[in-house]
Design a protein around this ligand. Structure first.
Ligand SMILES: [Cu+2]
Length: 324
């Protein structure tokens, strides 16, 4: 059977090229981690000419707070159950159970197209780039089509005859606080970001801009983070063609009415002794200590391992890590 269906798939792709994409798919196949998501499952045809009478969707682990949308002429049935763990949901609540399967029963002729909707919430247990298969079973008046196949490692997903609809997960939007700035006294810190540390690196960096809106000079004298054993303020300079770093023992002066930027390849925060990796799409909380303004909590958005600046071009990871 395995061989026969493989042969058929090749034949179908060659002869019915356009139909190869007529699968049950998600209309919007991307969702943000830690956000609500509206799934629209498109059903473009029946089972080899037979009318569809039932569509069953298996909700993957981590897609929580599911609510199916009723359809005129279709009955809805849900199966509920316990999740594998409790997930953080909105407003600080936790969810540990919910809908795990939805079935719509009705009738859709083979010659027509229809959509089946549900809303849910993508738990923040995922990481950017994760792909969630959402298996769907299409029962027809005659026969059944199971859209449940997923590609094995190294296998071309286009080679699948009945692929499960796939939902691609992307990083949450950066927290507003980091982008627009956090203020205390005369000091505004904005655009905080860091770089992901895959592969167990114990060192990370932090970048942001500090603006002193007041009439008195201030000074960043220290920094700390729960995730790191120590946080130092470093400067980086080119000495005889070699990039070298030195800790600013006196701290970093922020003149009155001026901005100082910590940027890749220049001034930066150095986080050493990381207790957990910095994960792309998440943020790192750092506490800055200013001479005048006092303590300030700041969030750094964790960007990709090769990021050079927020929203900027990707490049080779800068020399900061290599030199430590
Ligand atoms: Cu450094």
């Amino acid at each position: 059977m395995k061989f026969a269906s493989f042969g058929l798939a090749v034949f179908a792709a060659a002869v019915f090229g356009a139909q190869a994409s007529a699968h049950v798919v998600l209309d919007k196949s991307e969702a943000r981690i830690g956000k609500s998501y509206k799934a629209v499952l498109a059903v473009p045809h029946g089972c080899e000419g037979a009318a569809t009478v039932r569509l069953t969707v298996q909700v993957p682990e981590g897609l929580i707070a599911i609510k199916p949308m009723p359809k005129p002429g279709w009955a809805i049935e849900v199966k509920k159950g316990a999740y594998a763990r409790a997930y953080d949901f909105m407003h600080g609540t936790k969810l540990s159970e919910g809908v795990k399967e939805i079935s719509w029963s009705g009738r859709l002729e083979d010659g027509f197209y229809d959509e089946f909707n549900f809303t849910g919430f993508v738990a923040d247990s995922f990481k950017s780039g994760d792909v969630l298969p959402i298996p769907a079973i299409q029962d027809c008046e005659k026969g059944v089509t199971k859209w449940v196949e997923t590609a094995a490692p190294g296998q071309d997903p286009h080679a699948l005859k009945y692929p499960a609809p796939l939902l691609r997960l992307t990083a949450a939007e950066p927290p507003r606080g980091a982008a627009s700035g956090v203020a205390k006294g005369d000091i505004v810190v904005s655009g905080g970001w860091s770089r992901a540390t895959p592969g167990g690196a114990k060192v990370g960096a932090g970048y942001f801009a500090i603006t002193n809106t007041g009439r008195e000079p201030d000074r960043l004298v220290a920094a700390s983070a729960d995730i790191a054993e120590t946080v130092e303020i470093h400067d980086m300079s080119n000495r005889d063609g070699v990039m070298v770093m030195r800790p600013l023992e006196e701290g970093l002066a922020i003149p009155a009415g001026r901005s100082v930027a910590l940027t890749s390849g220049g001034l930066h925060l150095m986080l050493t002794g990381l207790k957990a990796p910095l994960v792309e799409g998440k943020s790192v909380a750092v506490t800055l200590q200013f001479e005048r303004a006092g303590k300030m909590a700041v969030l750094l958005d964790v960007l990709s391992v090769g990021a050079q600046a927020p929203g900027g071009q990707q490049g080779a990871a800068s020399a900061e890590h290599a030199n430590h």
